[in-house]
Every structure is written in C-alpha cells, then in structure tokens.
Design a binder for this molecule. Structure first.
Ligand code: FAD
Length: 310
C-alpha cells in the first residue's frame, strides 16, 4: 500500500506529491489528466516570481518536478470511489474506473474543478482568444477593451466590478429577470459609469473573425429580439463545478459540491485530506492550489506519524 495517495495531477496534486515524497514516504499520484486546468491555459502572468509563462510549459514543469522524486504516477486513470478505512488508522481504498483498486494509509484529494460552459456556438472556438473564465487571471489582457460578463450571480457581479476598473466597458448579461448577487455588490455595480446591465437575456453566440472574438449575440427573453454587442472579450461566470461527484457518499461536501476542509486541509474522513479548487478554500488560483496541496501533504504526514506502527 501507499502511505500517501494523491488523487489529481494539477497544481495542488503535484505540490502534494512533491511534499509527501520529500518526507521519504511511499507516494502515488492518480490523475485523469496530468496538468489539470493548467493544460487549458494560455498566458499565466500571476505565478509569482515568473512574470510570464504558458499553461503547457507550466504543466510540463509540474510533471518534471514530480518525476524528479520517487513517486508512482498513474496518469489517464480516473478515480470512481473512495472507501474510508474500516478501523481508525487503517487502509483507505480508492477504486479506479478501470476496475483497479489502490490502498493507502492516507489520501489527498486534489481533483480540481471545471468552469461551466455556455455551450453556444463560438465559445469553444474562441476559448483563450477572447473567451475567458477567470477575471483574476485574464482581466489585464483586456485593458482598455470592451468585454461582457455572462452571469449575474456573486461571481459574475464581482467579475464585472473587478473588470470595470481595467477595461473600457463591461456589459453584464443575466438570463433571469434580475441579478442574483448580494445587494451590496449590486449597488456597487450600479454605481459604475462604464457598466451596462442587461437582464432577461439569453446568450446565443460568440462571434469572431476567425482569429479572435468580435462580438456577442443575445436574445431578449421578453421580446425575442436579437441583439449583437461589439466587444473583444467574454468572461463566462456561470459556475465553477468541483470534480467531486465520485466523493458524494464518502466525504462531507457543501451543497455546491466543494470538499469541506479545515485550515489544515483535513476532510470529514480521518486520514483523508484535500487541497485546491475541489475544496472550500476561496480564490481558485494556481499559487493557492499549490499552497493548499503542500499543506494537505504536510497534514497527511503529521497524521501518519501519529498512527501506531504496523
Ligand atoms: P486542477 O488544475 O483542476 O487539476 C485537477 C486534477 O485532478 C487533474 O489532473 C484532473 O485530471 C484530475 N482529476 C479530476 N477528477 C479526477 C478523478 N475522478 N480521478 C483522477 N483524477 C481526477 N490560475 C492562475 O493562478 N493564473 C492563471 O492565469 C489562470 N488561468 C486560468 C485559465 C483557464 C482557462 C482556467 C480554466 C483556469 C485558470 N486558472 C488560473 C485557475 C487554475 O488553473 C486553477 O486554480 C488550478 O489549476 C487549480 O489546481 P488544482 O490542482 O486544484 O485542480
């Protein structure tokens, strides 16, 4: 069995694996797709001490760093079920979709999250070419330009307020007849001169010139009239979904599916820790995921040295 089994090969999982392996304990990583969301990212300009890098380069770096240690990496393997130890300090089981089963004295969950897509024409085609999901990451790339934010919940309205300070103009598009964000955020948004709020609007298409985004089409749900907004960027803020469906029966999750962790990264199950975008930790960012993954590994080590020996 492993002493530490990490599920997930993004920034959080890679950091957890490195921290665990450096303790000289038997460490494994199972990942559906090593690199995680970083693989889908183009420019990264907030990875502290590296002013500019690119997703594929950073994820190659993650893999290289993990493989510099004695870590068993099981890539292209999806975890399907977690079974807590039968007795305190016992072995935890992780079953894979392939049918294989792995056992470990501790487990670190780092399965990340995925942005909910609009699934309209042009969205996938112009991803990273005007269609963006993370205002903290990509906002500055649209300095002085016109953007739309899709979604009037807290994350959409926060994104619109954030972006209004950077870009020339923001159009906020909400499907419902009213915004759903907290009143204080709505008041702040309404006070900004370069923001237009459109409610009861269904986004139907992202338009582009073959290279980059040039506009957004929406339908007014009250009149069925179709409108086009000329712009350079579209931020989709209709939800970040944690990859935790497989954990529902085993670990305490919030109603949104985030793994509940305490300040040490401990979950509701003894010996099971978690870090990164899959958890309740706020602000889903690479440096934060790395910090949280490292912390989860140190907590797992702390847990292991307190267990009676075999
Ligand atoms: P992830 O990166 O999501 O990795 C999760 C890992 O778990 C993957 O290896 C996945 O395959 C695996 N996995 C999932 N389910 C299972 C399963 N059941 N079994 C086995 N493995 C599983 N952040 C920044 O700081 N700066 C940026 O510029 C930036 N730009 C971004 C641009 C885009 C387009 C996107 C999508 C995100 C961006 N982010 C950025 C956010 C950043 O990528 C995430 O915060 C970070 O990757 C989270 O790391 P993680 O390890 O928690 O999860």
């Amino acid at each position: 069995p492993f002493e530490v089994l990490v599920v997930g090969g993004g920034p959080a999982g890679a950091a957890a694996a490195i921290y665990a392996a450096r303790k000289g304990i038997r460490t494994g990583v199972v990942a559906e797709r090593f690199g995680g969301q970083v693989l889908d990212t183009l420019a990264i300009e907030n990875f502290i001490s590296v002013p500019h890098t690119e997703g594929p380069k950073l994820s190659a770096g993650l893999e290289q760093h993990v493989k510099a240690y004695d870590v068993e990496v099981m890539d292209l393997q999806k975890a399907a079920r977690l079974i807590p130890a039968a007795e305190p300090g016992g072995l935890i089981e992780v079953q894979l979709e392939s049918g294989a089963s792995l056992k470990s004295r501790s487990v670190i969950l780092a399965t990340g999250a995925r942005w909910r897509n609009m699934n309209v024409p042009g969205e996938a085609e112009y991803k990273n070419r005007g269609v963006a999901y993370c205002p903290h990451c990509d906002g500055p790339l649209f300095k002085g330009k016109r953007v739309a934010v899709i979604g009037g919940g807290n994350s959409g309205v926060e994104a619109a307020i954030d972006l209004a300070g950077i870009v020339a103009h923001v159009t906020l598009i909400e499907f419902d007849s009213q915004l759903r964000a907290d009143a204080v955020l709505q008041r702040m948004l309404a006070s900004l001169p370069n923001v237009r709020i459109v409610t009861s609007a269904l986004t139907t298409e992202v338009r582009g010139d073959g290279q980059k985004v040039t506009g957004l089409v929406y339908k007014d749900r009250n009149t069925d009239a179709v409108h086009e907004v000329e712009l350079e960027g579209v931020f989709v803020q209709i939800g970040l979904v944690p990859n935790t469906e497989w954990l529902k029966e085993a670990v305490a999750l919030t109603p949104r599916g985030e793994i509940e962790v305490d300040f040490r990264g401990a979950t509701s199950v003894p010996g099971v820790f978690a870090g990164g975008d899959a958890t309740t930790t706020p602000y889903k960012q690479i440096v934060i995921a790395m910090g949280e993954g490292s912390k989860a590994a140190l907590s797992a080590f702390d847990y292991l040295i307190r267990q009676p020996g075999p």
